[in-house]
Structures are given as C-alpha cells and as structure tokens.
Design a protein around this ligand. Structure first.
Ligand code: NAD
Length: 261
C-alpha cells in the first residue's frame, strides 16, 4: 500500500513505476492519494489505520517522500508498523540494520550493494567513499558496506556537505558512491583511475532547451577514467524498485510465518 501525498510530478512517476513493477510480479499495489493539505495528524491516523488492516490487508506500507513542508515526516514514517515497513525507514529497522541483523534494508542502499555483488566488484578490504549522509541512502549504505560478508567488509568514508576537501577523499576511493542530489558534482579529476563509480543521484535539469535527467556524476568524462560507472537514468533507480519488491515479499512471508526465501 503506497501513500502518495500531493501532486509532486516526480513522486507520482516513481509511484507509478513501483506499482507497475509490483503488478508484473503478481503483487497487488494500491495507491492511496491524499491531498497536499493533509495534516501530520491526518497522515499519522491514515498510516496507522492501514497498519491495522482497516483498509484491507497490506503486507507492506510505504509513504512516498518527500512529504509537503508543513508535515512532520518523521512522525508519519514512525507510524508505519515496523513489520510492514518495506522502505526500512522505521527506527526499529534502522536499529536492526546498525546491529548487523537487518529486517528491511532501505531499498536504494540495498540496490547499490546488490549491484556491486552481482557485478562481481570486490568490496572486502577496499576503500568505499560515499558522498551524502542521508538516512535513506548514505547512512544505511555505509552500514552495509562496512558490515560483514559479501558486499561488505569495506573501509568506509562517509562524506557530506561539511567535508573538507571532498576531492582528496574521492580520489582515494576504490568504490565511489554519489548520493547527493547535485547535478554532475563528481568530475573526472575526483576519480582514481579504474575506480568503480555508482551514481545514485537523479536530477532534472534544463539543458539546450530541453528537460533531462542527469546523475551526480559528470558521466562521459568520468566514464573515461573509471573502471565501471552506473548510468542515470537506469542503474540504481530500477534496482531500488526491485529491492522494494523483495522487501515486500519478505514482509508477506514473515506475516504468513514462512521461512526466508
Ligand atoms: P538528501 O538531500 O537527503 O541528502 C543529500 C546529502 O548530500 C546530504 O547528506 C548532504 O550533506 C550531502 N551534500 C550536499 N551537498 C554536498 C556537497 N557539495 N558535497 C558533499 N556532500 C553534499 O538526498 P537523498 O535523499 O539521499 O538523495 C540524494 C540523491 O539521490 C538525489 O538526487 C535523489 O534524487 C537520489 N535518489 C535516488 C534514488 C534512486 O532510486 N536512484 C533513491 C533515493 C534518492
């Protein structure tokens, strides 16, 4: 069950692609449209009612971000019952992840780790530099890459807007992940030759009279230096949706008392 508040075009299209992907694998996705003017209390009440199955059973609940500025997003996300929190944003799920026993991993962070593992990129003992410390991408990704096991065991640097000399850090990266929201912030001179670069950013810009999506990485010049570079659009975005479907399947199995698939 997806709660979509207001009319932000990008949110509407993300929700549409999540619902379409769910449909393709046989998951019923219901989108609850809520007017922009909804208050924090109304949204908390709605999410709580969905959690209690008052609107029909939902294995997974997600609230599409961003919420309007007048809404207390933390209060709304905290109202999602942790065992239906397929976005992995509830503090209980964040705590479980930080202890290395995740229940639901935030989908974009999980998608980046899956991309590294499936592409056969060794993380163990490597220096992974993450640019961006948000609760939904950078922070959980730092925990995953520094955790034990496949796709982990890296040495992690977590950079942000107050990092002094960002380029000095990124140039040390064997694996560089950009999750900032700043078009083409990462330029070729910031990359070590042969590094793996994963671009999480999705930025809409106007260029040469048309609107287009670009990442946080200056794609063509960086591709000439990097060993591998994920594209935008494509790349992390579709994998994020796949991880959401996996979390939803996990939630359904847990609800039915079935073992992990
Ligand atoms: P956010 O705004 O919550 O966090 C941005 C982070 O970047 C902050 O930690 C900030 O400190 C850091 N930052 C800002 N300017 C910086 C600078 N000049 N140098 C270094 N660090 C800087 O953003 P978010 O929600 O984590 O999203 C980041 C980007 O990833 C956005 O473009 C967003 O659209 C995209 N995103 C993509 C997916 C996907 O599925 N591919 C999912 C979530 C977010």
């Amino acid at each position: 069950m997806v709660v979509l508040v207001g009319n932000v075009a990008a949110s509407g299209s993300y929700v549409k692609s999540k619902a379409a992907a769910a449909g393709r694998v046989g998951i019923d996705a219901e989108v609850v449209h809520v007017p922009e003017s909804a208050s924090t209390a109304e949204l908390v009440a709605l999410v709580s009612a969905i959690g209690r199955d008052e609107r029909g059973p939902a294995d997974g609940i997600l609230v599409q971000l961003p919420l309007p500025a007048h809404v207390d997003a933390v209060a709304v996300l905290d109202a999602v019952p942790p065992d239906q929190d397929v976005d992995g944003f509830h503090p209980e799920n964040a705590g479980l992840l930080s202890q290395g026993r995740p229940r639901f991993i935030p989908c974009t962070a999980a998608g980046v780790q899956r991309m590294l593992v499936d592409a056969g990129i060794e993380t163990r003992g490597r220096h992974a530099v993450i640019v961006g410390r948000s609760d939904i991408v950078g922070k959980p990704l730092a925990l995953l890459l520094a955790g034990r096991g496949p796709g982990g065991d890296a040495t992690v640097s977590l950079c942000h807007s107050r990092t002094a000399d960002l380029a000095a850090l990124t140039r040390q990266a064997d694996i560089l992940i950009a999750a900032v929201g700043s078009p083409r912030l990462i330029t070729a001179d910031m990359i070590k030759t042969g590094a793996t670069v994963i671009d999480v950013g999705i930025n809409r810009i106007e260029e040469e009279g048309r609107s287009r999506l670009v990442g946080d990485v200056d794609h063509d010049p960086v591709a000439a230096v990097a060993g591998a570079l994920s594209p935008v659009p494509g790349g992390v975005g579709p994998l994020t949706v796949v991880m959401l479907l996996e979390n939803t399947l996990r939630a359904a199995r847990q609800r039915l008392g079935l073992a992990e698939a």
